[in-house]
Design a binder for this molecule. Structure first.
Ligand code: FES
Length: 250
């Protein structure tokens, strides 16, 4: 959605009973945040263009058909939005069940344990069981593909990818490199650097924007894979690019 600008709060709407005024073009998700309502999300971030692929951010809007994604729906005057209902909870848990059924079940030994948005969303949505199984036993996708370790700074494990496209969009929108793409269709889709090659063979400039954008351990710094999560980190932005380098310390 469009970032809010001071003095441009023109559209009034009600979200979970709270009335807010936001600039025209603002997404319902951003307006909800302004009203103090956190809508669950996986593919949206504060800095990337909305994509609308994960369907976790669905909301109810009076008069609207179905349950639209709040990240791609712009506000309208007088809108009445609900972000937390029993039906929405059910829908979100259903989405999370599908994600987890297509994901390795190694959270406790995963390098992103405790710093994984998929794990967070499982908690937020109250997921307690996965009816379809998970990991290799459930036939999870891309478990047979090798981790791409070609880049000196980070690794890419396709088995943990949820296809949110945040890395692809970060490469494009933050770095302007277009080294990543989603190749294939349906269940076969996968993030790919170049035409099926490795990161080192692609146009990747190792800026790290994709690693910072990844919500899971799919793209992970090698230091984190080897040493585990740092206990503190400092993010700095220099004049050369807008990525915001993350210096981490034990
Ligand atoms: Fe809106 Fe993913 S956050 S569809």
């Amino acid at each position: 959605g469009t970032p809010a600008r001071a003095g441009d709060a023109g559209v009034e709407l009600t979200i979970d009973g709270t009335t807010v005024a936001v600039p025209p073009g603002t997404s319902v998700m951003r307006a909800a945040a302004q009203a103090g309502c956190e809508v669950p999300k996986l593919c949206a971030t504060d800095s990337l263009e909305a994509f609308g692929s994960c369907r976790l951010c669905v909301v109810e809007i009076d008069g609207a058909r179905g349950t639209p994604a709040s990240c791609t729906t712009p506000v309208a005057p007088g809108m009445v939005v609900r972000t937390q209902t029993e039906k929405l909870g059910r829908l979100r848990r259903g989405v999370m069940e599908l994600y987890i059924s297509d994901h390795p079940l190694d959270c406790l030994t995963c390098s992103a344990n405790g710093d994984c948005e998929l794990q967070d969303m499982a908690g937020v949505t109250g997921l307690r069981e996965v009816r379809y199984g998970s990991g290799v036993d459930a036939g999870a996708n891309h478990m047979d593909l090798l981790t791409d370790t070609s880049n000196p700074y980070f690794e890419f494990d396709p088995a943990k990818c949820i296809l949110c496209s945040r890395c692809v969009r970060a490469c494009d929108e933050v770095q302007g490199t277009l080294a990543l793409t989603i190749e294939g269709r349906g269940f076969d889709s996968k993030v790919s650097p170049g035409a099926g090659g490795t990161f080192m063979e692609s146009d990747c400039v190792s800026c790290g924007a994709c690693v910072q954008a990844c919500p899971t351990a799919t793209l992970q710094e090698k230091t984190v894979v080897e040493l585990g999560m740092p206990t503190r980190s400092v993010i700095t932005t220099c004049a050369y690019c807008g990525v915001g380098c993350s210096f981490k310390a034990e």
